[in-house]
Ligand binder design. Structure first.
Ligand SMILES: [Zn+2]
Length: 285
């Protein structure tokens, strides 16, 4: 079953054991917009099955928040929809389009760390007829931002600066004060190190905070309210401030000096992630 926000927004909650991200549905008087396509053919079909039960206007658009496999591999199931992506997401999807999904190729991608084992497992179990499977091509490619009107229901898509990827699109529905963030507010794993790109943290928060929202949907999280998001930003910012080198001890000491207490579990996680960012930065110099 889908969860509902206000009159016009529904979503299929994330399912972490299957690496299924949150999928969104926004309904206007004439058309509906889907946000993210799911991590597989099966995930997309499960979502479409739920949408059918609602008797909502036809899905005219599919917006992809970024080109990670778990958000795009269900794309082909939305045949009747125009697929909307930013220019960078399109580039990455074009790379995906040259991939093959037979056993031999999947093994090669896994060995080359081009695909995670979870990605390969999901493809094997949830993409039928994968020997001939090829990802479809997006239909509408935008730069910066794009405004859609679904019939008395405006949606704003914007490519933002993000600590997760360089192709993050968010979707804002002003009527309902709802913001779909995709994975933009997360960190990312590089060379087996989970890190938040420190230089992009404040620019990202600026880009997200300019939207007046009360409900925030993230890719792999339960829905958040404004207070929860504020706390998330606050913990990230204070952790980032304490990290000025690749030393975790130094970062923890700086944090304790600033706050007169030990970092909590989240803050410690963020401190490590910013330290990892410093390590990755020094490796690339
Ligand atoms: Zn992602």
């Amino acid at each position: 079953m889908l969860n509902q926000i206000g009159d016009s927004i529904h979503y299929l909650p994330n399912q972490n054991d299957k690496e299924r991200p949150t999928l969104g549905l926004v309904c206007g008087d004439q058309y509906s917009l889907v946000i993210d396509s799911g991590n597989s053919v099966q995930h997309a079909r499960d979502f479409l099955h739920e949408i059918e039960k609602l008797k909502v206007p036809p899905v005219k658009y599919l917006a992809i928040t970024h080109a990670h496999w778990d958000h795009v591999l269900g794309m082909n199931e939305f045949e009747a929809a125009a697929i909307i992506v930013n220019a960078r997401t399109n580039e990455i999807i074009q790379d995906w389009r040259s991939l093959s999904f037979d056993d031999h190729s999947l093994q090669e991608y896994a060995d080359a760390k081009k695909m995670t084992s979870q990605c390969v497992e999901t493809i094997i179990s949830e993409i039928p007829e994968r020997d001939t499977f090829q990802l479809t091509s997006p239909d509408i490619i935008f730069e910066g931002s794009l405004r859609l009107d679904l019939g008395n229901k405006v949606c704003v898509l914007e490519t933002i600066r993000s600590t997760h990827t360089d192709d993050s699109t968010i979707v804002y529905i002003p009527d309902e004060k709802v913001l779909f963030l995709g994975d933009s507010a997360y960190g990312t794993t590089e060379n087996s190190l989970y890190h938040f790109k420190q230089s992009l943290l404040l620019p990202m928060i600026e880009d997200i905070r300019k939207y007046d929202a009360t409900h925030f949907l993230l890719g792999h999280e339960s829905i958040c309210d404004a207070a929860e998001m504020d706390l998330y930003w606050k913990e990230l910012i204070s952790a980032s401030k304490a990290v000025t080198s690749a030393s975790l001890e130094g970062a923890i000491a700086a944090f304790e000096a600033d706050h007169d207490r030990k970092p909590n579990e989240n803050e410690l996680f963020f401190l490590k992630a910013f330290v990892n960012d410093q390590i990755l930065k020094s490796q690339s110099e």
